[in-house]
Design a binder for this molecule. Sequence first.
Ligand code: AMP
Length: 320
Amino acid sequence: MPITVVGSIAYDTVKTPFGARERMLGGAAVHFALAASFFDDVRVVGPVGDDFGEAQLEVMSRRGVDVSAIERVAGGRTFFWQGEYGWDLNSRETLDTQLGVFEGFEPKLTPAALASDVLFLANIQPDLQRDVRAQLPDARFVALDSMNLWIDIARDSLVAAIVSVECVSLNDAELRQLTGKPNLIGAAREVLSWKPAPGAPGRGPSVVVAKQGEYGAALVTSESFFALPAYPLEKVVDPTGAGDTFAGGLVGYIAAHPGEELSDELLRRAMAHATVLASFNVEEFGTERIERLEGPEIGARIEQLHAMTQFSGAQLALRG
Ligand code: AMP
C-alpha cells in the first residue's frame, strides 16, 4: 500500500566523536522515506527553501521516492537542525533548530499523496501533523513520531494528533515525559487508553513503540508486549535519524503486507525490519549508508538478528 509521509525535510549540521558534517541532507521525513522505500511506494509531503539542492532531491528519487509533493517556497529557507553527541553517543544536545519554511506552511497534497492508504506523521509541529491527518480521513494505517520539543511547547495539539493514529513511536524518555508516568509500560498503556473526542478522526492508538536507542525497542499493545535489542554494532558513527529510519522500516513493512491484519505476528516481523534498517543508518553520517544500502544486506542482517534472539523453549528443572 502506498505510503505518504509528512515531516521535516532538513539540512543537518552534526558533530559526533567520530567526525562532523555541515548542512548534510536530513530531516525526519527524509530518513523515514529512504528506509520505507525498501518496502513500498513512498510520497514525501513538505516544504523546502530556495537553498535546497537538486542533488538532495535526487537522493530520494534515486530510491524511487515520489518527491512531487515537496513544495519549493520561493525566498524561504529549508528547515535546519544542529546537534552534538556525547562520547558514548547516548546523549545529544540540540544547538539550533530553525523551522524556516515550516513556519506557517499549509500542506497541499497531490492526488497521489491523498490516495495513500498508509500515512506516517513524522516529527514536525503537531498542528501540521493534524492538518495532513485530516486530509486523509480514510487512511487504513496511520503512525506518528514526535519529540520532546513538541511535548514541551505544543502538548495539547500533540495529544490530539496521537489520538487520531493507530501507532505511536516515541523514545522511552519522551513517553515518560508525555504521560508523566515513570514506568515505561505504564506510560505506554496510558497512551493506549487515550481516545479521540466524538466525531474526531481515528479510534485512538492500538500500538505504542518505545525506542530505546542502543538497547533496542519495545512494542506494547493493550494485550501484548514484544522487545528486540538493537542489532549489535562495534562502531556507531552518527545516530541522527535512527528513530525515523526505524519507523520507515516498521511502517514500510506493514504497508507491504496489505492482506494481513495488524497481528502481533506482523508487528514483530515489522519490528525486526525496523531494527535492521536503523542499524545501517547509524553506521555512517546522515543518509550516507542508507543511500548505498541494498536489499540482500537487509536480508542477511534479518537472519542474524533472528538467530541471536532465539532460545530453546525447553523448561529448566527448577529447584524449590
Ligand atoms: P532522530 O535522530 O530520529 O531524532 O531524528 C533526527 C532528525 O530529525 C534530523 O534529521 C533533524 O533534521 C530532524 N529534527 C530535529 N529536530 C526536529 C524538530 N524539532 N522537528 C522536526 N524534525 C526535527
